[in-house]
Design a protein around this ligand. Structure first.
Ligand code: BGC
Length: 758
C-alpha cells in the first residue's frame, strides 16, 4: 500500500511526534489512534520468542509465552550454513507473525573478544565475516515474513561488566575491521528493519548519542533504511540521541524524555525536521509490518524438529580416538546431571519459556544399554563423595563412559562476566577419577563459551554441544549413537588457558576498556603469536574423512572491480555420508600494513555421500583483500600478491594459490617537513624525484666512497649500505636543513615541488 507519510506526519501534534520516539510500555511502541497509526509490539529474542503478556522485564525473570527455544547463537554459528540460518529465521518470522510481533530483538552479533563475556552464548563468533554472513542469512529469513529484526548491540559491547557506563576504547581501524563488519554485512545484505544501539560508550561517547556511529557510518556509508532503537535503558541524553540518529527509545521513559524533545523543539535547540525525519523512519517500518500482515501457520512441534536439526548440524566433534559413535549393544554409563537436566540456553533477556525440553537420558534409555549415575550436580560446584564413588564404581564395569559436563547457569549469564574459564572443580575432579579407571571415556560439554580442559589429552572423545536449545537431547542421541554425522565447526578458538587470550590484560576494566590487542582478536592473535591452542577456529571432526583437490581460480591477475571465482573439489574418502565446511582465508603478501596472517573470507558447506566429489565455490572481490585505511577513510588493498588458503580449519590449510592485484586506488599523501624520505621513496608519484636526493646526501653519510686505509675499512664495516639506507629512509625532510644539505628556503621550494606532483 502506498502511503504518504509526510502528509501523515504533518497532521501530528508535536506531542504525538515526540511520543512516537519512545515506547508506550515495556514492549510496545506508541500509536496515534486518531490517525490510524497502530501501536505495535517488539519482543526478544534471537533464538525463540520471549513474548511477555503480563509482567514485563528485560532480564528474563518473569515468564513469557510458551515457545520453542532454538539453539542459541553460540551453537548455530557452528553450522557455517547460510541456508539453515535462513530457515531458522523463517521459523522465527512465522512465529512472530502469528504472535503479533512487529520486530524480533536480534540477532546479536557482537564479537567474542574474551571467553569471559557473560553473553558470549548469545553471540556468533570471534570472526566478523562469519558473524556477518550468519546474521544476514537469519535476518533474510525472518524478514521474508514481514517481521523486522533488530541487529544488536551496536556496537563494541563485548563485556557485561559496567555495560551501561563503560567506554569501549577502540582504534578506528580495529573498529572497522573487527567490531563493525558483522553489522555492515547484515545491513548491506539483508537490510534489517531496525538496529539496536548498545549501552556502552565508544571512545567516550554513548552509542545512543553517537552521530559517527548512528548516522555517518550506519546510514551515510552503509545505507541503512530502518530505524535505530535503544537497548532497554540505554538513553543518556534523549535530545542528543535524536540528533545523532536514535529514533526510538525503549522502553517507555514515562514521558520524561518525550517532554525533553518537545522542549528542545520549542526552545529552538532541536530542529523539528529532525523529529519529523525520525517519525517518518519509524512509521515506515511500522507500516511495513502492519500493511503486510499474513496468516501464519506453525506448530511448536514442527519448530522443535527444526531446533533439533539446527543443533545436529552445529554440534562440534572435537576429539574422537575411535570411541564414537557409540553402539547400542555396548554397556554404557552416563555420568553427570546434565544428562538428565541439560543446560540448553543462557540466562537473561534471551531466556525462552520452552514448551518442551528433551534430555539424552529420556531419548536413549529404552533404546540402548545405558545406565545413568548422577556423579555431580548440574547447578552448582559441590563435590559429593557418595555420588562420585558411585560414578567411579559404575565406570569401572562399563564398556564406555560418557560424562555430561558443563557450566551451571550461575557461571555465565547476561548482566555479568565469568570470573574464570574453568569448569566447576567438582567436575574436573570427577572426570580425572573416571579417567583413572576407564580409558574409554567421552566428555560432552554444555557451555556458552570455552572452558579449560585439564583432562583433554586423556579423554578418548569430546563433543562440544554448547547450549543446544530445547531439542538438545535428541540431537545428542543422534550424534553420539551415529544416526547423524557431526558437521559443525568451531566459530571461535578454544585457548588452553584464559591468560593466552589476547584481551586478558585489558578485559573487564571498569570505566575505560582499552582494546589494546587491536586487530589481533581470536585466531588473528593466536596465529600471529604461533601459540598452540586446544582447538583452532574452524575446527571440527566428522565420522568420515574428506580430501581436497583441484583448487582453481578464475583469474590470477585482477584489478579493483574484478571478482574472482575460486573453486575446490572435496571428496568424501570415508564410508559414511557427511558434510564438510570448506574455509577460504586470505593472506596479504604485499607488506603494505601490519595484518593478521590470515582472515576468513569465504566458506561453503558441502554434503557428500561416501566416495562422492563436489565442488565448493567462493567469490572474492577487492574488499576481500582489503584493510581499512584511516587516512583514506576507506578500504584499501595495495597492489601486489595475495595468497588464497583453502582449509578444513584455520590451522589445517590444504591448498594454496596466489593472485595478484593491481589497484588504481591512490593513497592520500600530503608532504611536509616531517615526511620521511622512506615514505616518499615508497610512493611511485614521488619516488623518482626523491631518488635524486640521497645522491647529494651521500657525501654527508660517506657511504659509497671507496677507501683503502685500515681506518676506512673499519668505518666501512660499521657504516654499511644497509644502515645508510635505513637511516636515509627514516629521515624527515627537515633534517636536510639541519644537516646542512639544503637551506630553509630550498626546503620550502622542495616541499612545493613534491606536493605539486601529487
Ligand atoms: C538486552 C537486550 C534485550 C533487551 C530487551 C536488554 O537488557 O541487552 O539484548 O533485547 O534487554 O529485553
Amino acid at each position: 500500500m502506498e502511503r504518504n507519510l509526510k502528509e501523515l506526519i504533518s497532521q501530528m501534534t508535536l506531542e504525538e511526534k515526540a511520543g512516537m520516539c519512545s515506547g508506550l510500555d515495556f514492549w510496545h511502541l506508541k500509536g496515534v489512534e486518531r490517525l490510524g497509526v497502530p501501536s505495535v509490539m517488539v519482543s526478544d529474542g534471537p533464538h525463540g520468542l520471549r513474548k511477555q503478556d503480563d509482567q514485563a522485564d528485560h532480564l528474563g525473570i518473569n515468564d513469557s509465552i510458551k515457545a520453542v527455544c532454538f539453539p542459541p547463537a553460540v551453537l548455530s554459528a557452528c553450522s557455517f550454513d547460510r541456508e539453515l540460518m535462513k530457515t531458522f529465521g523463517e521459523a522465527i518470522g512465522k512465529e512472530a507473525q502469528a504472535n503479533d510481533l512487529s520486530v524480533v530483538l536480534g540477532p546479536a552479533v557482537n564479537i567474542k573478544r574474551s571467553p569471559l563475556c557473560g553473553r558470549n552464548f548469545e553471540y556468533y563468533s570471534e570472526d566478523p565475516y562469519l558473524a556477518g554472513e550468519t546474521a544476514a542469512a537469519f535476518i533474510n529469513g525472518v524478514q521474508e515474513h514481514h517481521v523486522g529484526t533488530s541487529i544488536k548491540h551496536f556496537a563494541a559491547n563485548n563485556q557485561e561488566y559496567n555495560r551501561m557506563s563503560s567506554s569501549s576504547n577502540v582504534d578506528e581501524r580495529t573498529f572497522r575491521e573487527i567490531y563493525l563488519p558483522a553489522f555492515e554485512t547484515a545491513v548491506k545484505k539483508s537490510q534489517p528493519y531496525t538496529v539496536m544501539c548498545s549501552y556502552n560508550k565508544i571512545n567516550g561517547t554513548y552509542a545512543s548519542e553517537n552521530p559517527h556511529l548512528l548516522t555517518e557510518i550506519l546510514r551515510d556509508e552503509w545505507g541503512f533504511e530502518g530505524y535505530v532503537m535503544s537497548d532497554w535503558g540505554a538513553v543518556n541524553d534523549r535530545v542528543e540521541g535524536l540528533k545523532a540518529g536514535l529514533e526510538l527509545e525503549m522502553p517507555s521513559s514515562g514521558g520524561v524524555n518525550d517532554r525533553e524533545i518537545i522542549a528542545a523543539v520549542q526552545n529552538g535547540s532541536l530542529d523539528e525536521a529532525v523529529l519529523d525525519r525520525a517519525v517518518e523512519r519509524l512509521l515506515n517500518i511500522i507500516f511495513k509490518y502492519t500493511d503486510n500482515r499474513e496468516e501464519q501457520e506453525f506448530t511448536l512441534e514442527e519448530d522443535h524438529t527444526l531446533a533439533r536439526k539446527i543443533a545436529e548440524e552445529s554440534m562440534v566433534l572435537l576429539k574422537n580416538d575411535s570411541v564414537l559413535p557409540l553402539k547400542e549393544e555396548e554397556k554404557i554409563v552416563f555420568i553427570g546431571e546434565f544428562a538428565a537436566k541439560p543446560r540448553y540456553q543462557g540466562g537473561g533477556s534471551s531466556h525462552i519459556n520452552s514448551f518442551r525440553v528433551s534430555s539424552i537420558l529420556d531419548e536413549i534409555s529404552d533404546k540402548a544399554n545405558v545406565t545413568y549415575v548422577k556423579g555431580f550436580p548440574a547447578d552448582k560446584d559441590v563435590y559429593d563423595e557418595a555420588l562420585a564413588n558411585e560414578a567411579v564404581e559404575a565406570a569401572k564395569h562399563a564398556d564406555k563412559v560418557v560424562i555430561f559436563a558443563g557450566l551451571p547457569d550461575s557461571f555465565e549469564s547476561e548482566g555479568y562476566d565469568r570470573a574464570h574459564m574453568r569448569l566447576p572443580d567438582c567436575q574436573n575432579r570427577l572426570i580425572g577419577e573416571i579417567l583413572a579407571v576407564q580409558p574409554q571415556t567421552v566428555v560432552v560439554l554444555h557451555n556458552g563459551s570455552p572452558v579449560e580442559m585439564p583432562w583433554l589429552t586423556e579423554v578418548k572423545g569430546l563433543l562440544e554441544a554448547y547450549l543446544g536449545g530445547q531439542a538438545v537431547g535428541e540431537a545428542l542421541a543422534d550424534i553420539l549413537f551415529g544416526k547423524v554425522n557431526p558437521s559443525g565447526k568451531l566459530a571461535e578458538t578454544m585457548p588452553y588457558k584464559l591468560s593466552d587470550n589476547p584481551s586478558y590484560l585489558s578485559f573487564g576494566d571498569g570505566e575505560n576498556v582499552d582494546y589494546r590487542e587491536g586487530l589481533f582478536v581470536g585466531y588473528r592473535y593466536y596465529d600471529a603469536k604461533e601459540m598452540p591452542v586446544a582447538f583452532p577456529f574452524g575446527y571440527g571432526l566428522s565420522y568420515t574423512t574428506f580430501a581436497y583437490s583441484n583448487l582453481t581460480v578464475s583469474q590470477k591477475e585482477l584489478s579493483d572491480n574484478d571478482t574472482v571465482t575460486v573453486s575446490v573439489d572435496v571428496t568424501n574418502t570415508g564410508n559414511r555420508e557427511g558434510k564438510e565446511i570448506v574455509q577460504l582465508y586470505i593472506r596479504d603478501l604485499t607488506g603494505s600494513a601490519r595484518r593478521p596472517l590470515k582472515e576468513l573470507k569465504g566458506y561453503d558447506k558441502v554434503s557428500l555421500k561416501p566416495g562422492e566429489t563436489k565442488t565448493a565455490t567462493f567469490t572474492l572481490d577487492y574488499r576481500s583483500l582489503a584493510w581499512y585505511h584511516t587516512g583514506l577513510k576507506d578500504w584499501y588493498a595495495a597492489s601486489g600478491e595475495y595468497e588464497i588458503l583453502i582449509g578444513a580449519s584455520s590451522r589445517d590449510i590444504r591448498l594454496t594459490e596466489k593472485i595478484h592485484l593491481t589497484t588504481d586506488k591512490v593513497l592520500p599523501l600530503k608532504v611536509h617537513a616531517n615526511t620521511t624520505l622512506g615514505e616518499l621513496l615508497a610512493d611511485n608519484r614521488t619516488a623518482e624525484y626523491v631518488m635524486k636526493l640521497p645522491e647529494r646526501m651521500g657525501a654527508f653519510f660517506g657511504a659509497s666512497e671507496a677507501s683503502d686505509s685500515a681506518d676506512d675499512a673499519q668505518k666501512d664495516r660499521a657504516v654499511s649500505d644497509d644502515m645508510t639506507n635505513a637511516m636515509i629512509a627514516s629521515m624527515p625532510l627537515r633534517n636536510l636543513v639541519a644537516f646542512g644539505v639544503f637551506g630553509k628556503e630550498e626546503l620550502e621550494k622542495l616541499l612545493n615541488e613534491i606536493n605539486s606532483l601529487l
